[in-house]
Write a protein that binds this ligand. Structure first.
Ligand code: SF4
Length: 81
């Protein structure tokens, strides 16, 4: 297991609203292990609201759809490719 001090912070941007605040992310596989504001970002200067800090929930939440769904006449849904 990697020591926390050795983990790499990846620069990215929050896409949850038009501000696109700069963020830095530590990943573990497909999960976002840690998220923080990017102090070097030209406009957000390290700021994030709470939504950005929960991006792992939005990306990997258990109720997220994993394929397109077609609504059937009876109101149920069928996965489609
Ligand atoms: S951190 Fe908040 S304010 Fe910034 S882009 Fe994301 S949702 Fe918008």
């Amino acid at each position: 297991m990697m020591h926390p001090a050795e983990a790499t912070w990846h620069k990215s941007a929050c896409i949850l609203c038009e501000n696109n605040c700069g963020i830095q992310i530590q990943t573990e596989g497909r999960r976002f292990a840690k998220i923080r504001g990017d102090k070097d970002h030209v406009s957000s200067h390290g700021y994030t609201c709470n939504k950005a800090l929960r991006l792992d929930h939005y990306q990997n939440g258990g109720r997220r759809l994993t394929s397109p769904l077609r609504r059937e006449q009876d109101g149920t849904f069928t996965e489609v490719s």
